[in-house]
Design a protein around this ligand. Structure first.
Ligand code: 13P
Length: 252
C-alpha cells in the first residue's frame, strides 16, 4: 500500500438492515473507532437508503462516514423508486457506490449509465466509488484485463479526480462466495487499473483502488498488503461490527 494514499475500508450492507439491529451494530463500530482519535484510514458504511439519515446521525462527530449504494443520474424528477445523489447528500451521505456488479447484472446497468451516475454523484457533492470486475467466464477466458480496461475507460466521467472518485475492483466470482483471487492476481489487476487511470486523470497516482470480494478478518491483512490495494469494499463481513472491525484494524 502506498504511503501517500489514505486507505478506505468500506462496508456495503446491500439490501440488509432494519433500523434497530443496524443501529446497534453501527454504534458498536463507532465505539471501536473512538479508541483511535486520529485513524490512518477512512471508514465508511453504505447502508440501504432507508437507513442513511438515521445511520448518519449515529456516526456524526465520529471517524465513520456514511454512503449510498446507488444513485440516479438526474437530480430530481419523475423516476419512481429512484434516489438522487442530492437526496443522499441531504440525508448525510458523503460517498455513493455506483456500478456494483449486482446492479450491472440485476438492473442491466451499462458502463454509460454507471458513468452518468458517477457524474451525478460528483454533481451532488459525493465521492463516487466506481465498481469494476470480471465474471468467472471472463476470467477463465483470459479476458480479465480487457474487461477491466473497458469498464474503467467507459465508467469514469471526465471530471473524475482522486478527490471525488474511488475505484473498487470486485471480481464477480469472488463476491459472497468465500473465494478470493491470489494476492498476485489482485496485484496484476490493481496495477492494470492504475495504468488505465494514468491515461484518464492527472492525479491517477493518488486515486484509491479498493479490493472487494469475500474480504474477511482472516484474509484482510494479506489482501491489504498487496501493492496498489488502498483499502477494501466489504459485503457480508461488514454487517456485524465484530466481523468488520478486524478488517478496519488492518489499516487503522
Ligand atoms: P462480500 O464481501 O460479501 O463478498 O461482498 C463484496 C461486495 O460485493 C462488496 O460490495
Amino acid at each position: 500500500m502506498s504511503n501517500q494514499r489514505r486507505p478506505l475500508i468500506a462496508g456495503n450492507w446491500k439490501m440488509n438492515g432494519l433500523a434497530a439491529a443496524a443501529a446497534t451494530e453501527l454504534k458498536a463500530l463507532v465505539n471501536e473507532a473512538k479508541g483511535h482519535s486520529a485513524p490512518n484510514c477512512d471508514i465508511l458504511i453504505c447502508p440501504p437508503a432507508t437507513l442513511v439519515r438515521e445511520m448518519a446521525t449515529i456516526t456524526e462527530g465520529s471517524s465513520v462516514d456514511i454512503g449510498g449504494q446507488d444513485c440516479h443520474a438526474n437530480e430530481s424528477g419523475a423516476h419512481t423508486g429512484d434516489i438522487s445523489a442530492e437526496m443522499l447528500k441531504d440525508a448525510g451521505a458523503c460517498y455513493c457506490i455506483v456500478g456494483h456488479s449486482e446492479r450491472r447484472a440485476d438492473h442491466d446497468e451499462s458502463n454509460a449509465s454507471v458513468k452518468a451516475k458517477a457524474e451525478a454523484a460528483h454533481r451532488g457533492g459525493l465521492i463516487a466509488i466506481v465498481c469494476v470486475g470480471e465474471t468467472l467466464a471472463e476470467r477463465e477466458g483470459d479476458k480479465t484485463l480487457d474487461i477491466i480496461s473497458d469498464q474503467v475507460r467507459n465508467s469514469l466521467p471526465g471530471g473524475a479526480t482522486a478527490s471525488n472518485t474511488v475505484i473498487a475492483y470486485e471480481p464477480v466470482w469472488a463476491i459472497g462466495t468465500g473465494k478470493t483471487p491470489t494476492p498476485n492476481d489482485v496485484a496484476v489487476v490493481h496495477a492494470h487499473i492504475r495504468k488505465e487511470l494514468g491515461a484518464l486523470m492527472n492525479d491517477s497516482d493518488q486515486v484509491r483502488v479498493l479490493y472487494g470480494g469475500s474480504v474477511k478478518g482472516s484474509n484482510a491483512e494479506e489482501l491489504m498488503a498487496v501493492e496498489n490495494v488502498d483499502g477494501a469494499l466489504v459485503g457480508g463481513a461488514s454487517l456485524k461490527a465484530v466481523d468488520f472491525w478486524p478488517i478496519v484494524a488492518t489499516s487503522i
